[in-house]
Structure formats: structure tokens, C-alpha cells
Design a protein around this ligand. Structure first.
Ligand code: GLN
Length: 251
């Protein structure tokens, strides 16, 4: 990896799947953070949306994003997603980072089992989600990130979770990290999120990337294949620190 000081030729191509259906809790904010942090470095940012019955094709994106959603929207999107199964698996195998948040994370797994039927996922993560009786898992979350491919040095992610589904990971993927605060994947094993190669899932809304600018920068670095010059952004850094502090006092 090289460090870039001036970035006029770099471009990040991002595809958001079903932004009109999978958009709970500021998923649009995550896109804006990426666009803004690219712009401030002089990196071009190209955004494509794929809707139900739409086409996923053309130039391979650097980043694919699936946001959170209610079960009813996940059902519609999960069915439509099956048309893109092979193309998305091929893109991920070729280096596209695929990020799913909450409902999007659940759809990256094999399936989401609900009392109203099973919603098929993409199977990009070896994970199964089940909608179980019991309390909704709601509140602030702080995660110690273990996955070195996401955080080469020890880092925390902070955000907000709100889900009824409980996700169990299989042997084919690893957790993103361990919860210090919050329920995480299922409220039992203390794991949060999942990683398998270029595919990342997390329950953290919030918006995730506004509260964790370091993670936004990791995603941009993966996309451009180069280390980025640090941005001086005291506001973004303070947001992260304060959000972690707030979560720690409310646990
Ligand atoms: N509908 C899913 C659940 O309740 C995901 C919710 C979400 O994306 N916040 O588990």
C-alpha cells in the first residue's frame, strides 16, 4: 500500500441496495459521511442505487451497502436480492467490500427465520438470524473490534442497536468484535457483527460512520487500495469519543 498525498485520480464507486426500503436510522447518513470524507481528500465519489427489479451490473463497485429495515421491507428485498446472488458473490470475491447494517447484516447471512416465514439471504456470511420471542435488543453499543482486517490496531465501534432478530455465526465467518456495552448479535455470546473476507456485517446504526469516522476511512482505504492522509476533523473525533463515553455511562 502506498500513502497518497494528492488524490486527483482516485475514485470510490459505491452501490447502495434498496435505499428506499432499507434505510432505518440514518443509513443515508453513512453514505453522506463517505461522500464527504472522499470529497475532502479530493477523491471522486460515485454513487449508484439499485431498487427492487433494478439491475446490478456495469463496473464493479468498490463498496456495496445494505442498510437496516423492518421485516416487511427485508422480505421484499430478500426476495429480489436472490437475482443478484451470483453477481454480488463474484464482486465480493474480486475485492468489493460489502457492508450490511442490521437488517442488511441479516440479509448477508443465509436466512432470517421469522414466524411469518423465512426470508432468504445472500449467504455471503455464514450466519443465520432467527426472530425470537423476548425483549427487543435496543440501546447503545460499544464494540471492541477484533477483526484485524477491519481494524489493524485496537479500535472501538460505537452505535445504536434495535433488533428482534438474533444472529448466530457459523464457522465460516468471525465476529467483528466483542460487546463492551449492549447485546450484539444475540444477547448471549457477546459477539457483535461478522466478517468474512471483504464482507462485513454489524448491528450498529447510528449512523455508524458518523460516530466512527475511523471506520469510514478504513472503507475508503479498502476502496482505493491506498493508505490515506489523516483528515484533521476534531468534530468527528470528538463525536466518537463522546458517543463511547455516553454509552459507557448508560450501561
Ligand atoms: N427487522 C430486523 C429485526 O428487527 C432488523 C431491524 C433493523 O434493521 N433495525 O431484527
Amino acid at each position: 500500500m502506498v500513502t497518497v498525498s494528492s488524490t486527483p485520480d482516485l475514485v470510490v464507486r459505491m452501490t447502495v441496495l434498496y435505499p428506499d426500503r432499507l434505510n432505518l436510522y440514518a443509513d443515508r447518513g453513512n453514505v453522506l459521511v463517505l461522500a464527504q470524507r472522499c470529497r475532502r481528500r479530493g477523491i471522486a465519489f460515485e454513487l449508484t442505487a439499485v431498487h427492487i427489479d433494478g439491475t446490478f451490473g456495469g463496473t464493479r463497485p468498490d463498496l456495496v451497502y445494505l442498510g437496516g429495515g423492518q421485516d416487511r421491507d427485508q422480505r421484499a428485498c430478500g426476495a429480489d436480492l436472490q437475482r443478484h446472488r451470483e453477481a454480488l458473490a463474484a464482486a465480493a470475491a474480486d475485492g468489493t467490500t460489502v457492508l450490511g447494517v442490521c437488517g442488511g447484516f441479516q440479509l448477508l447471512g443465509h436466512e432470517y427465520v421469522t414466524p411469518d416465514g423465512t426470508i432468504p439471504g445472500l449467504g455471503l456470511l455464514d450466519a443465520v438470524t432467527t426472530r425470537r420471542e423476548g425483549p427487543r435488543l435496543v440501546g447503545n453499543v460499544v464494540v471492541d473490534v477484533h477483526a484485524a482486517e477491519v481494524a489493524p490496531e485496537p479500535r472501538r465501534l460505537v452505535g445504536f442497536e434495535n433488533h428482534q432478530g438474533r444472529t448466530e455465526l457459523g464457522a465460516g465467518c468471525r465476529p467483528l468484535g466483542t460487546v463492551l456495552v449492549g447485546a450484539g448479535n444475540n444477547g448471549d455470546d457477546h459477539f457483535e457483527g461478522a466478517v468474512a473476507g471483504t464482507v462485513i456485517g454489524t448491528y450498529l446504526h447510528g449512523p455508524l460512520l458518523a460516530k466512527n469516522a475511523w471506520f469510514a476511512d478504513q472503507l475508503i482505504e479498502r476502496a482505493v487500495g491506498a493508505a490515506l492522509p489523516a483528515l484533521v476533523d476534531r468534530f468527528a473525533d470528538a463525536v466518537h469519543v463522546r458517543a463511547v463515553e455516553a454509552a459507557l455511562v448508560t450501561r
